[in-house]
Design a protein around this ligand. Structure first.
Ligand SMILES: [Zn+2]
Length: 428
């Protein structure tokens, strides 16, 4: 199923290859796509800088779950395209979107643009003390691949700063989550003891002010472990999953960010599948499942895993099942889907956690007619939302390997979806 190939590769499975150990290559300079009729006009964006944040909040768990980079507030959406590029902003009230630059006369087409982030580790864009923070790559020498650093910027795209700079190659990080002033750095590396190789897994909490870090987890073993966090105001959950021969193990840990204590909530072995995704609903119920696949779903109840097939949609129609805020989103393709002909027929089922269906049916892509015909559908990079609507991030490619990212919002009301293209931006 090519349609979802990229998402599958990035998200599912207990393999360890998906999380980049080193900075991925820089994305080339970004330029606007002159052939798309969107409101990403540079001057309009730079002058308006319309976005104001209301309150601090934990890292958006939908972004963590999707390996994406976005934050939604009451008024705005901030997002870095899945394959990197620029920080984009969208003002929900005025329906204005574009690169979050704040520099008058900037064309947002090179690395001098305030919104430029290149390629970034997944799930780091966050909000702290009324500023945007993200983990980026610091290139002090054009010949090197750079080292990781924490950047910050005002939410209107002004006053960009490098807050913290540390060396990937000394410390090593597989993934870095930025939450409420701390980098949660996950790293697993091979070590050797008397010619006997083993793996050391560490999870650390590094203050972005550069003070001493706290070790949350430091353990050794033979198997590679996938670590997926879930952030709350005063705690961070970690689901650790690994393959043990023909079966899988899963462990659920809870880190108290104030007491700095780690508690084991669940430990299971001999599982028939890899449980590497976690979600906690607003009523406190914890769900676990395998990536974004639509095949197994468990609820944690009294220390046991309770199957919840009743919440799984018709498996012949839907391939993927996404956790999201207050809703479950099942996605699939319709009978007319034909990527060779550029006919994208997507269907979706949206329901609340209590099973109530909010929408089931096709997902319109009328905006496709406004894109230059050179762009061919490539992938669905992110799908998330809540009871009020769904965000779809799609990537398109041309014959020369360039890529265009489109973000589309579908307002969900009265059993219908209303489509609105938020932005289209060339990312390579
Ligand atoms: Zn700019």
């Amino acid at each position: 199923m090519l349609f979802f190939l990229i998402l599958i590769l990035c998200i599912s499975g207990c393999g360890y290859q998906g999380e980049a150990t080193e900075p991925v290559p820089e994305v080339p300079a970004v330029s606007g796509d002159n052939n798309t009729q969107t409101n990403t006009d540079a001057s309009a964006t730079a002058e308006q800088s319309p976005i104001v944040l209301l309150k601090e909040q934990p890292l958006d768990n939908r972004a963590v779950y999707l390996n994406g980079n976005f934050i939604e507030t009451e008024d705005s959406l901030y997002s870095i395209p899945f394959f990197g590029g620029l920080i984009m902003g969208w003002d929900k009230t005025n329906h204005i979107g574009g690169p979050l630059c704040g520099r008058p006369e900037c064309l947002h087409n090179n690395d001098q643009c305030n919104a430029y982030v290149g390629s970034v580790p997944k799930s780091s864009l966050s909000l702290y003390q009324n500023r945007l923070y993200w983990v980026g790559v610091v290139k002090t020498d054009p010949q090197t691949r750079g080292v990781p650093g924490v950047y910050s910027m005002n939410p209107d795209g002004t006053d960009r700063r490098l807050e913290l700079n540390w060396d990937y190659y000394q410390e090593g990080i597989n993934n870095a989550y930025l939450n409420q002033g701390f980098v949660y750095a996950v790293h697993q590396k091979e070590e050797v003891d008397q010619a006997d190789p083993f793996l050391r897994l560490t999870v650390r909490m590094i203050p972005i002010d550069g003070t001493d870090s706290v070790t949350i987890l430091d353990r050794t073993g033979r198997e590679s472990v996938k670590v997926m966090p879930f952030f709350e105001e005063k705690s961070v959950w970690f689901v650790l999953s690994s393959r043990q021969g023909e079966t899988f193990s899963a462990q659920l840990l809870c880190w108290d960010t104030e007491k700095r204590e780690l508690q084991e909530v669940l430990s299971k072995e001999g599982l028939s599948l890899c449980l590497d995704s976690i979600w906690k609903t607003e009523d406190g119920t914890i769900f676990l499942k395998n990536g974004v696949t639509n095949d197994h779903l468990f609820q944690l109840q009294d220390g046991e895993l309770l199957p919840r097939e009743d919440l799984l949609p018709n498996q012949e129609k839907y391939d993927m099942l996404y956790f999201s805020n207050g809703i479950l989103i099942a996605s699939g393709v319709g009978p007319n889907h034909n990527m060779k002909e550029d006919v994208i027929d997507t269907i979706v089922l949206v329901r609340k956690w209590d099973g109530t269906v909010l929408y089931e049916g096709p997902v319109s892509m009328n905006f496709q007619a406004d894109l230059n015909s050179k762009w061919h559908y490539h992938a669905l990079c992110a799908l998330f939302g809540d009871e009020n609507g769904l965000y779809y991030e799609y990537e398109w490619e041309d014959e020369n390997g360039h890529a265009l990212t489109t973000m589309v919002y579908y307002t969900l009301a009265g059993g219908t979806l209303r489509e609105e293209l938020m932005w289209a931006i060339q990312t390579r």
